[in-house]
Design a protein around this ligand. Structure first.
Ligand code: C2E
Ligand code: CA
Ligand code: CA
Length: 434
């Protein structure tokens, strides 16, 4: 279809197109399926009426022309000529539609409605059947569901229905609890405990995630203090301080004032350096200014764990370019029952050891997996084998009453999710510090 194929038009670097002065990008009546974003130069938009050319407008850098091609893919109703040498980036209708396919359903619905209205207003509707409903009924229903969930989630957040559960992280060498990862849950009045996958996308779409992330930091820091108090109340040997790890989203980390909030929270709660750890995936780091965020965390004494390592592009350059304290190996690395140690698991753990980066192996569900990752050099482990995520009060109970219960043969405190916290988590007297 139409495009910058005319005389004086040639490809420039990458996707850009370079055009010379006087080049005609497209003529009135040409079929076209693309618009152009002007990066450099100026074009003139004109129409021919009664044998005379009328200039409608000029467009410069940052402006778009030919955009109706994106709406209808039909014939152009004006001619566009370069009045200086120009550089442009084409946007095809096909690409736009592919992008819209992945877009938020509410955004899609609104765009489709506006496009229909535009076509109607400027007389682009050819025949009564051309103005089809904006979106198929099932897509409209999806948009409505999204909106309802976002609304309900906002109310749930205000009503304090969101809560953090905590999953122990253990030292594989010492067999002892070293910290906890905070994992969000929605205690829904009718549906019960809703997992994060069911509502975090809606929180991201509505922007609520930024408030959730700052709330989670404050909530987890306060909980850690209560855990330490419970541990002290439980008596026993003095241990190295625990840490709490909080997951932060891309919008959360990129939000203005996030690090200030972290600083204020850590100070207000009075946590020692390293007691708070932020868990960031590579995608999240890329959404922020990684250098600034990581330097800010270091200055505050807040640790950074690179989460889900091995699932994304796993750019190894992150590991030595940025000050990361820990790497969390995604559970897909841990071999299934009966399988040997895959070369990639060995390789990654050796690399992390060489870089001096401690690894937390996630998704440990069986004792053999714990032994395997420990033998390959993982320092820490996390997974259902050790404990499932549990409410804060269950952690407190573990830390006060749970201590020594295994020695007396009594069962750990009630209220633990099954499988219960195994003896491996119960502090062993005289065990080496993690
Ligand atoms: P993640 O950070 O990778 O968290 C680990 C997930 O693995 C958790 O799922 C945990 O319950 C699950 N898990 C732990 N051990 C095992 C195991 O042995 N086997 C299996 N099959 N799964 C295990 P969960 O709680 O559903 O969280 C899912 C994701 O939601 C998290 O993945 C994290 O990306 C996100 N998330 C959770 N809480 C928060 C939060 O407070 N804020 C933000 N921004 N994201 C959160
Ligand atoms: Ca995590
Ligand atoms: Ca993870």
């Amino acid at each position: 279809m139409g495009g910058a194929g005319a005389k004086g038009v040639r490809p420039a670097t990458g996707v850009s197109v370079r055009v010379e002065v006087g080049a005609v990008l497209f003529r009135e009546g040409d079929p076209s399926d693309r618009a152009y974003l002007l990066e450099r130069g100026e074009v003139e938009v004109s129409v021919e009426r009664d044998g005379r050319r009328h200039v409608l407008c000029r467009k410069g850098p940052g402006e778009l022309f030919g955009e109706m091609a994106l709406v209808d893919g039909g014939r152009r109703c004006a001619t566009v000529t370069a009045v200086t040498a120009c550089e442009l980036v084409p946007i095809t209708r096909e690409r736009l539609l592919a992008r819209l396919d992945q877009a938020d359903p509410v955004l899609r619905l609104c765009l489709a409605l506006l496009t229909n209205r535009l076509r109607w207003t400027i007389g682009h509707v050819q025949g009564p059947d051309r103005l089809a409903p904006a979106l198929p009924a099932e897509e409209c229903a999806r948009a409505a569901r999204s909106l309802r969930l976002e609304h309900e989630l906002g109310q749930a957040f205000a009503a304090r229905e969101l809560e953090l559960h905590y999953q122990p992280v253990v030292s594989l060498r010492a067999g002892r609890l070293v910290g906890l990862e905070a994992l969000i849950r929605w205690r829904h009045p009718e549906k019960g405990l809703v997992p994060p996958a069911a509502f975090l996308p809606a929180a991201e779409a509505s922007g609520l995630i930024r408030r959730i992330d700052t709330w989670a930091v404050a909530e987890a820091c306060a909980a850690l203090r209560a855990f330490e108090e419970a541990r002290a109340a439980g008596g026993g040997k003095k241990r190295a301080p625990l840490f709490v790890a909080v997951n932060v989203s891309a919008p959360g980390i990129a939000a203005a004032g996030f690090l200030d909030h972290v600083r204020a929270t850590v100070r207000a709660v009075g946590l020692p350096a390293g007691a708070l750890r932020l868990e960031l995936t590579e995608t999240v780091l890329m959404a922020a200014d990684p250098g600034r965020v990581l330097a800010g965390c270091r200055e505050l004494g807040v640790g950074v764990a690179l989460d889900d390592f091995g699932t994304g592009y796993s750019s190894l350059s992150y590991l030595h370019r940025f000050p990361i304290d820990t790497v969390k190996l995604d559970r897909s690395f841990v071999p299934a029952e009966g399988a040997g140690a895959p070369a990639v698991l060995r390789g990654v753990l050796r690399l992390l050891r060489d870089l001096g980066l401690p690894a937390v192996a996630e998704g440990i569900e069986r004792p053999e997996q714990a032994s395997l990752v420990a033998s390959l050099g993982a320092r820490y482990g996390q997974g259902f084998h050790f404990a499932r995520p549990m409410p804060a009060r269950a952690v407190e109970a573990l830390l006060t009453d749970g201590q020594g219960k295994s020695r007396t043969g009594r069962r750990p405190p009630s209220g633990f999710p099954r499988p219960c916290v195994p003896a491996v988590l119960l502090p062993r007297e005289g065990a080496a510090a993690a």
